[in-house]
Design a protein around this ligand. Structure first.
Ligand code: NDP
Length: 305
């Protein structure tokens, strides 16, 4: 079994290097890789990479994820999020390989309060959302054996994340203000990577027609960024962190208090029923993964800055 991984050093890509390892040989690339082209901006380069490696599965964790920057850099976002997945889909199809790709809750317009299902009408509000949606469409049209995993609010212990920012601010200030009118579920890159490995294993073992398509993958439950911040401060205080701000001094504010170039959806709740029924998963509540990530980064935060 040979798996070709693009975007090996992103939040999800890093965790995939771990979770895919037991499935077979993993050729993991980033945009600077030397032996094979892993730069999604080089469309002929990535096509050639697939032709040379002839993988059984391609996992694409690379993407243009700078949501606000995409508003003024739409050509690059389009190449990486829409055109490159289309090229990977054609190359995967020609090689008889599976293509597993990630997409986002930002393909929806964020209206209502019902968890989005896979077949619900899309309506992206931003360049990022539009380019990610086009990437999905190109894959679905060009590669029979595809799995598209739409997820939301991804975090990882490695690198910067929302929880670390909240902890840093809470150490410096008595009060914080955090948005409380966007709803979703923080989802760990480690959970996504583990789910990916299980899905690929099932896909590679079973008849393609039964499993291919789009799935929503997010931790169970829901919160707002405000609720997320309160949970982080509460966990950190219980773990002995010395913070000036407490869960009670996190002030809720509407999205309009923090204007950004890209419009974000208010409702990012995602129904994972299709995933759970098709693959037999039971996804953990979001608090479980966030608490674990906080425990993992605890030592780093305790050391002098
Ligand atoms: P990251 O931003 O952590 O990782 C994206 C990776 O893509 C980075 O390693 C980046 O490399 C790489 N990349 C960017 N441009 C190129 C390029 N031209 N060629 C090759 N690699 C490139 O994102 P996540 O791991 O969080 O995201 C994984 C997937 O999940 C993406 O498809 C994303 O759209 C989706 N998603 C993410 C969410 C989130 O909250 N983060 C929410 C919903 C969906 P470099 O560091 O060199 O720029």
């Amino acid at each position: 079994m040979k798996i070709l991984l693009f975007g090996k050093n992103g939040q999800v890509g890093w965790e995939l290097q771990r979770s895919l390892a037991p499935l077979g040989e993993v050729v993991a690339l980033d945009r600077h890789s030397k032996d094979f082209c892993g730069d999604l901006a080089d469309l002929s380069g990535i096509r050639e990479t697939v032709q040379r490696i002839r993988p059984d599965a391609i996992v694409n964790a690379a993407a243009y994820t700078a949501v606000d920057k995409a508003e003024s850099d739409s050509a690059t976002a389009h190449t990486i999020n829409a055109e490159a997945p289309g090229v990977l889909a054609e190359a995967a199809d020609a090689a008889g390989a599976w293509l597993l790709h990630y997409s986002t809750d930002y393909v929806f317009d964020g209206s209502g309060s019902k968890p989005w299902e896979e077949a619900d009408p899309t309506g992206p509000l931003s360049v990022y959302g539009r380019t990610k949606l086009e990437g999905e469409q190109r894959i679905a049209a060009r590669c029979a054996r595809h799995l598209i995993l739409r997820t939301s609010w991804v975090y990882a212990a490695r690198g910067g994340n929302f929880a670390k920012t909240m902890l840093r601010l809470a150490a410096e200030r008595d009060r914080l203000t955090v948005i409380n009118d966007q709803f979703g579920a923080p989802t760990g890159a480690d959970l996504l990577a583990d789910v990916t490995a299980h899905m690929l294993r099932s896909a590679l073992a079973g008849p393609a027609a039964r499993l291919d398509g789009t799935y929503h993958v997010a931790a169970a439950g829901e919160t707002t960024w405000h609720g997320y911040a309160q949970f982080v401060l509460d966990c950190a205080a219980r773990n002995g962190a010395l913070l000036k701000a407490t869960p009670g001094t996190v002030d809720p504010v509407p999205t309009s208090a923090f204007p950004t170039p890209a419009v974000r959806p208010h409702n990012s709740r995602m129904s994972t029923a299709r995933l759970e029924q098709s693959f037999g998963f039971q996804l953990p509540v979001w608090q479980q993964g966030v608490a674990r990530m906080l425990a993992e980064i605890g030592d780093t935060l305790a050391s002098p800055r």
